[in-house]
Design a protein around this ligand. Structure first.
Ligand SMILES: N[C@@H](CCC(=O)N[C@@H](CS)C(=O)NCC(=O)O)C(=O)O
Length: 176
């Protein structure tokens, strides 16, 4: 497996964490997002966005990659066993932009936003699948944007940081 990756990209972090949780090795190809190579535009047209997974076929989109890895390597499971809970986990990830992403990027651009309110209302702990999909932005909100996290979210993150996969991502962010 090969992962086209960028350390600072939180969407890539979803895939890095998923791979680590499942104990999977992937060759990583680090790209410079400010000087995107032509081959990446051809690999994932038209935007040349990362992450892109190559597992004998090319797969972009972090949410889809997470779902693929979960199905291809079901153990250890990130999704709950119950179909209704699995659907709820997927719905949470599907609504990432409304639940957090939109306000995160608005905050970063200096546009009006409710990042603090969105963090305070965030549903966490529903499943490891959804937690992995959200935690890259929460780490960056704390460690790059300097936001003080609501107590409940800080406690959730502190618990997640006990996992080597999440601790590794915190180290990636601190190295940026
Ligand atoms: N929906 C995509 C978003 C990926 C994404 O936006 N990646 C950023 C880097 S963090 C990127 O490559 N942006 C370049 C662009 O939008 O042109 C996913 O979930 O993988």
């Amino acid at each position: 497996m090969k992962l086209v990756d960028a350390a600072r990209c939180p969407y890539c972090a979803r895939v890095r964490i998923t791979l680590a949780e499942k104990g999977l090795e992937a060759e990583t190809v680090e790209v410079d997002l400010s000087d995107r190579p032509q081959w990446l535009l051809e690999l994932n047209p038209p935007s040349g966005r990362v992450p892109v997974l190559d597992d004998g076929f090319t797969l972009p989109e972090s949410e889809v990659i997470m779902g693929y890895l979960e199905e291809r390597h079901p153990e250890p499971a990130l999704l709950p066993g119950d179909p209704a809970e699995r659907a709820r986990a997927r719905l949470l990830v599907h609504r990432f932009d409304e639940n957090l992403g939109g306000d995160y990027y608005a905050f970063r651009r200096g546009d009006p936003n409710d990042l603090t309110g969105k963090l305070a209302a965030l549903e966490v702990g529903q499943s490891l699948f959804a937690d992995v999909a959200y935690v890259p932005w929460v780490i960056r909100a704390r460690d790059m944007l300097g936001l003080e996290l609501p107590d409940r979210i800080a406690a959730w993150l502190a618990e997640l940081e006990q996992r080597p996969s999440i601790a590794a991502e915190v180290a990636v962010v601190r190295s940026l």
